[in-house]
Design a protein around this ligand. Structure first.
Ligand SMILES: Nc1ncnc2c1ncn2[C@@H]1O[C@H](COP(=O)(O)OP(=O)(O)OP(=O)(O)O)[C@@H](O)[C@H]1O
Length: 266
Protein backbone atom coordinates (compact mmCIF):
# COMPACT_ATOMS: atom_id res chain seq x y z
CA UNK A 1 0.00 0.00 0.00
CA UNK A 2 1.51 3.33 -1.03
CA UNK A 3 1.80 6.36 1.17
CA UNK A 4 -0.64 8.19 -1.12
CA UNK A 5 -3.31 5.55 -0.45
CA UNK A 6 -2.81 5.94 3.31
CA UNK A 7 -3.33 9.67 2.91
CA UNK A 8 -6.52 9.10 0.94
CA UNK A 9 -7.84 6.70 3.58
CA UNK A 10 -7.08 9.24 6.29
CA UNK A 11 -9.02 11.87 4.40
CA UNK A 12 -11.97 9.55 3.88
CA UNK A 13 -12.14 8.45 7.52
CA UNK A 14 -11.73 11.90 9.07
CA UNK A 15 -14.97 13.68 10.03
CA UNK A 16 -16.49 16.12 7.56
CA UNK A 17 -17.56 18.35 10.46
CA UNK A 18 -15.94 18.44 13.88
CA UNK A 19 -16.84 20.84 16.66
CA UNK A 20 -15.02 20.59 19.95
CA UNK A 21 -15.91 22.68 22.98
CA UNK A 22 -17.48 25.40 20.83
CA UNK A 23 -18.80 28.42 22.70
CA UNK A 24 -20.48 31.47 21.20
CA UNK A 25 -22.15 34.55 22.59
CA UNK A 26 -24.69 36.75 20.83
CA UNK A 27 -24.75 40.14 22.43
CA UNK A 28 -23.69 39.27 25.95
CA UNK A 29 -25.79 36.10 25.99
CA UNK A 30 -24.03 32.71 25.92
CA UNK A 31 -25.81 30.78 23.16
CA UNK A 32 -23.43 27.86 22.60
CA UNK A 33 -21.92 26.60 25.85
CA UNK A 34 -19.34 23.99 24.86
CA UNK A 35 -20.71 22.05 21.89
CA UNK A 36 -19.08 18.82 20.70
CA UNK A 37 -20.41 17.54 17.38
CA UNK A 38 -18.93 15.20 14.80
CA UNK A 39 -20.42 14.33 11.42
CA UNK A 40 -18.71 11.52 9.52
CA UNK A 41 -18.56 11.25 5.75
CA UNK A 42 -21.88 10.04 4.33
CA UNK A 43 -23.75 10.53 7.59
CA UNK A 44 -27.11 12.30 7.89
CA UNK A 45 -27.32 14.04 11.25
CA UNK A 46 -30.34 15.93 12.56
CA UNK A 47 -29.80 18.80 14.97
CA UNK A 48 -32.90 19.00 17.16
CA UNK A 49 -34.01 21.08 20.10
CA UNK A 50 -36.59 23.54 21.34
CA UNK A 51 -36.84 27.10 20.00
CA UNK A 52 -33.84 29.13 21.07
CA UNK A 53 -31.71 26.11 22.06
CA UNK A 54 -28.93 27.23 19.69
CA UNK A 55 -29.44 25.05 16.59
CA UNK A 56 -29.20 27.84 14.02
CA UNK A 57 -26.31 29.45 15.87
CA UNK A 58 -24.46 26.12 15.81
CA UNK A 59 -24.77 25.69 12.03
CA UNK A 60 -24.02 29.37 11.43
CA UNK A 61 -20.85 28.98 13.50
CA UNK A 62 -19.82 26.10 11.23
CA UNK A 63 -20.08 28.20 8.08
CA UNK A 64 -18.42 31.20 9.73
CA UNK A 65 -21.44 33.48 10.14
CA UNK A 66 -21.19 33.51 13.93
CA UNK A 67 -17.84 34.09 15.64
CA UNK A 68 -16.94 31.52 18.27
CA UNK A 69 -15.32 32.58 21.55
CA UNK A 70 -13.79 29.20 22.38
CA UNK A 71 -13.33 25.72 20.97
CA UNK A 72 -12.41 24.32 17.57
CA UNK A 73 -14.27 23.81 14.31
CA UNK A 74 -12.82 21.67 11.52
CA UNK A 75 -14.30 21.18 8.05
CA UNK A 76 -12.97 18.26 6.01
CA UNK A 77 -10.10 18.02 8.48
CA UNK A 78 -9.06 21.68 8.10
CA UNK A 79 -9.52 24.31 10.82
CA UNK A 80 -12.41 26.46 9.65
CA UNK A 81 -10.40 29.69 9.62
CA UNK A 82 -8.04 28.08 7.07
CA UNK A 83 -10.78 26.31 5.08
CA UNK A 84 -11.20 27.82 1.59
CA UNK A 85 -12.94 25.11 -0.38
CA UNK A 86 -16.46 26.45 0.09
CA UNK A 87 -17.76 24.93 -3.13
CA UNK A 88 -17.70 21.61 -1.22
CA UNK A 89 -20.32 22.99 1.16
CA UNK A 90 -23.95 23.73 0.27
CA UNK A 91 -25.84 25.84 2.79
CA UNK A 92 -29.59 26.39 2.90
CA UNK A 93 -30.37 29.14 5.41
CA UNK A 94 -33.50 29.27 7.51
CA UNK A 95 -36.18 30.80 5.34
CA UNK A 96 -37.66 33.96 6.76
CA UNK A 97 -39.92 35.25 4.01
CA UNK A 98 -41.24 33.67 0.85
CA UNK A 99 -39.44 35.97 -1.55
CA UNK A 100 -38.21 39.12 0.15
CA UNK A 101 -38.90 41.04 -3.04
CA UNK A 102 -35.83 39.65 -4.78
CA UNK A 103 -36.02 40.79 -8.43
CA UNK A 104 -34.48 37.64 -9.87
CA UNK A 105 -35.62 34.60 -11.78
CA UNK A 106 -35.44 31.06 -10.48
CA UNK A 107 -32.55 30.29 -12.84
CA UNK A 108 -30.61 33.37 -11.70
CA UNK A 109 -30.92 32.38 -8.05
CA UNK A 110 -29.92 28.77 -8.70
CA UNK A 111 -27.03 29.87 -10.96
CA UNK A 112 -25.65 32.05 -8.15
CA UNK A 113 -25.05 28.80 -6.25
CA UNK A 114 -22.80 27.59 -9.07
CA UNK A 115 -20.51 30.63 -9.13
CA UNK A 116 -17.99 29.07 -6.74
CA UNK A 117 -17.41 26.26 -9.26
CA UNK A 118 -16.95 28.49 -12.32
CA UNK A 119 -13.71 29.94 -13.57
CA UNK A 120 -13.93 33.72 -13.25
CA UNK A 121 -17.73 33.53 -13.16
CA UNK A 122 -17.97 32.20 -16.72
CA UNK A 123 -20.68 29.59 -17.11
CA UNK A 124 -19.59 26.74 -19.30
CA UNK A 125 -21.64 23.78 -20.51
CA UNK A 126 -20.93 21.77 -17.33
CA UNK A 127 -22.09 24.68 -15.17
CA UNK A 128 -25.30 25.14 -17.15
CA UNK A 129 -25.94 21.40 -16.94
CA UNK A 130 -25.44 21.46 -13.16
CA UNK A 131 -27.96 24.31 -12.80
CA UNK A 132 -30.45 22.46 -15.00
CA UNK A 133 -29.95 19.26 -13.03
CA UNK A 134 -30.45 21.06 -9.70
CA UNK A 135 -33.74 22.49 -11.00
CA UNK A 136 -34.82 19.03 -12.14
CA UNK A 137 -33.98 17.53 -8.75
CA UNK A 138 -36.41 19.85 -6.99
CA UNK A 139 -39.05 19.65 -9.76
CA UNK A 140 -38.80 23.32 -10.71
CA UNK A 141 -37.74 23.06 -14.36
CA UNK A 142 -41.08 24.44 -15.56
CA UNK A 143 -40.65 27.53 -13.34
CA UNK A 144 -37.05 28.26 -14.41
CA UNK A 145 -37.86 31.62 -16.03
CA UNK A 146 -40.31 32.81 -13.40
CA UNK A 147 -39.42 35.56 -10.92
CA UNK A 148 -38.96 34.07 -7.44
CA UNK A 149 -41.51 36.61 -6.22
CA UNK A 150 -44.16 34.58 -8.01
CA UNK A 151 -43.46 31.37 -6.04
CA UNK A 152 -45.13 29.85 -3.00
CA UNK A 153 -43.15 29.39 0.22
CA UNK A 154 -42.53 25.70 -0.50
CA UNK A 155 -41.42 26.43 -4.07
CA UNK A 156 -39.12 29.16 -2.81
CA UNK A 157 -37.56 26.68 -0.43
CA UNK A 158 -37.00 24.27 -3.32
CA UNK A 159 -35.17 27.05 -5.17
CA UNK A 160 -32.89 27.67 -2.17
CA UNK A 161 -32.12 23.96 -2.07
CA UNK A 162 -31.46 23.87 -5.81
CA UNK A 163 -29.08 26.82 -5.34
CA UNK A 164 -27.16 24.79 -2.73
CA UNK A 165 -27.16 21.69 -4.97
CA UNK A 166 -25.95 23.57 -8.06
CA UNK A 167 -22.36 23.48 -6.81
CA UNK A 168 -22.64 19.68 -6.35
CA UNK A 169 -21.49 19.94 -2.74
CA UNK A 170 -20.16 17.03 -0.69
CA UNK A 171 -21.64 18.50 2.48
CA UNK A 172 -25.15 19.93 2.73
CA UNK A 173 -26.10 22.03 5.74
CA UNK A 174 -29.78 22.92 5.90
CA UNK A 175 -31.53 25.01 8.53
CA UNK A 176 -35.14 23.88 8.94
CA UNK A 177 -35.65 22.92 5.28
CA UNK A 178 -39.20 21.70 5.95
CA UNK A 179 -40.43 24.76 7.84
CA UNK A 180 -43.58 26.20 6.28
CA UNK A 181 -43.34 23.84 3.32
CA UNK A 182 -46.47 22.21 1.88
CA UNK A 183 -46.75 18.43 1.72
CA UNK A 184 -45.97 18.19 -2.01
CA UNK A 185 -42.77 20.19 -1.57
CA UNK A 186 -41.86 18.18 1.55
CA UNK A 187 -42.03 15.01 -0.51
CA UNK A 188 -39.89 16.54 -3.25
CA UNK A 189 -37.34 17.65 -0.65
CA UNK A 190 -37.25 14.25 1.05
CA UNK A 191 -36.72 12.53 -2.31
CA UNK A 192 -34.04 15.05 -3.33
CA UNK A 193 -32.21 14.55 -0.09
CA UNK A 194 -32.36 10.78 -0.44
CA UNK A 195 -30.77 11.04 -3.90
CA UNK A 196 -27.99 13.22 -2.49
CA UNK A 197 -27.37 10.78 0.35
CA UNK A 198 -27.39 7.81 -2.04
CA UNK A 199 -24.77 9.66 -4.10
CA UNK A 200 -22.56 9.94 -1.00
CA UNK A 201 -23.38 13.40 0.36
CA UNK A 202 -22.93 14.21 4.04
CA UNK A 203 -25.86 16.11 5.55
CA UNK A 204 -26.41 18.19 8.68
CA UNK A 205 -30.02 19.28 9.09
CA UNK A 206 -31.60 21.56 11.65
CA UNK A 207 -35.07 20.18 12.22
CA UNK A 208 -37.90 20.97 14.51
CA UNK A 209 -39.29 17.48 14.09
CA UNK A 210 -38.07 14.52 12.07
CA UNK A 211 -41.25 14.24 9.96
CA UNK A 212 -40.86 12.79 6.46
CA UNK A 213 -37.07 12.87 6.74
CA UNK A 214 -37.04 10.39 9.61
CA UNK A 215 -36.05 7.35 7.49
CA UNK A 216 -32.97 9.22 6.24
CA UNK A 217 -31.60 10.27 9.63
CA UNK A 218 -28.65 8.25 10.97
CA UNK A 219 -28.15 10.17 14.18
CA UNK A 220 -29.78 12.92 16.18
CA UNK A 221 -28.02 15.55 18.25
CA UNK A 222 -30.33 17.37 20.62
CA UNK A 223 -29.44 20.80 22.02
CA UNK A 224 -30.87 22.39 25.10
CA UNK A 225 -29.77 25.84 26.27
CA UNK A 226 -26.66 25.70 24.10
CA UNK A 227 -25.52 22.25 25.31
CA UNK A 228 -25.72 18.81 23.71
CA UNK A 229 -28.11 16.68 25.78
CA UNK A 230 -28.39 13.71 23.40
CA UNK A 231 -26.17 12.33 20.65
CA UNK A 232 -27.31 9.01 19.29
CA UNK A 233 -30.15 7.25 17.55
CA UNK A 234 -32.99 9.50 16.44
CA UNK A 235 -35.75 9.59 19.02
CA UNK A 236 -38.80 7.56 18.04
CA UNK A 237 -41.80 9.73 17.31
CA UNK A 238 -44.85 8.43 19.16
CA UNK A 239 -47.51 10.80 17.90
CA UNK A 240 -47.07 14.54 17.58
CA UNK A 241 -46.69 15.19 21.29
CA UNK A 242 -43.64 13.01 21.75
CA UNK A 243 -41.70 14.66 18.93
CA UNK A 244 -38.48 16.36 19.95
CA UNK A 245 -38.92 20.05 20.51
CA UNK A 246 -42.53 19.75 21.45
CA UNK A 247 -43.07 21.69 24.64
CA UNK A 248 -46.57 20.88 25.64
CA UNK A 249 -48.55 23.49 27.52
CA UNK A 250 -51.81 22.05 28.75
CA UNK A 251 -54.75 24.21 27.59
CA UNK A 252 -56.10 24.33 31.16
CA UNK A 253 -52.78 25.15 32.79
CA UNK A 254 -52.67 28.41 34.75
CA UNK A 255 -51.23 31.40 32.86
CA UNK A 256 -47.45 31.45 33.10
CA UNK A 257 -47.21 27.73 33.88
CA UNK A 258 -43.98 26.04 32.81
CA UNK A 259 -44.52 23.90 29.71
CA UNK A 260 -44.88 20.20 30.40
CA UNK A 261 -41.91 18.89 28.49
CA UNK A 262 -41.96 15.58 26.71
CA UNK A 263 -39.45 13.30 25.06
CA UNK A 264 -35.76 14.07 24.92
CA UNK A 265 -36.17 17.74 25.64
CA UNK A 266 -37.85 17.27 28.97
N1 LIG B 1 -28.48 38.22 16.65
C1 LIG B 1 -28.77 37.81 17.88
N2 LIG B 1 -28.48 38.60 18.99
C2 LIG B 1 -28.76 38.18 20.23
N3 LIG B 1 -29.30 36.98 20.52
C3 LIG B 1 -29.60 36.18 19.51
C4 LIG B 1 -29.34 36.53 18.13
N4 LIG B 1 -29.73 35.51 17.34
C5 LIG B 1 -30.22 34.56 18.16
N5 LIG B 1 -30.13 34.94 19.45
C6 LIG B 1 -30.55 34.17 20.63
O1 LIG B 1 -29.73 33.02 20.69
C7 LIG B 1 -30.50 31.92 21.16
C8 LIG B 1 -30.35 30.75 20.20
O2 LIG B 1 -30.92 31.12 18.95
P1 LIG B 1 -30.94 30.12 17.71
O3 LIG B 1 -31.58 30.85 16.57
O4 LIG B 1 -29.60 29.54 17.51
O5 LIG B 1 -31.92 28.98 18.26
P2 LIG B 1 -32.64 27.81 17.48
O6 LIG B 1 -32.46 26.59 18.31
O7 LIG B 1 -32.18 27.75 16.07
O8 LIG B 1 -34.15 28.30 17.55
P3 LIG B 1 -35.38 28.14 16.51
O9 LIG B 1 -35.83 26.71 16.60
O10 LIG B 1 -36.40 29.08 17.08
O11 LIG B 1 -34.90 28.54 15.15
C9 LIG B 1 -31.92 32.41 21.31
O12 LIG B 1 -32.15 32.68 22.67
C10 LIG B 1 -31.96 33.68 20.51
O13 LIG B 1 -32.87 34.58 21.06
Amino acid sequence: MTHDTDDTEDRVSEPVIRLHGVRAELGSRPVLRGIDLTVARGEVVALLGANGSGKSTAVRSIIGQVPVSAGEIDLFGTPRHRFRDWSRVGYVPQRTTASGGVPATVTEIVSSGRLSRTRFGLFRRADQDAVRRALELVDMTDRARDPVDALSGGQHQRVLIARALAAEPELLIMDEPMAGVDLASQEVLARTLREQVDAGATVLLVLHELGPLEPLIDRAVVLRDGCVVHDGPPPKAVGQHALPGHDHVHPHAPTGAEPLRTGLLS
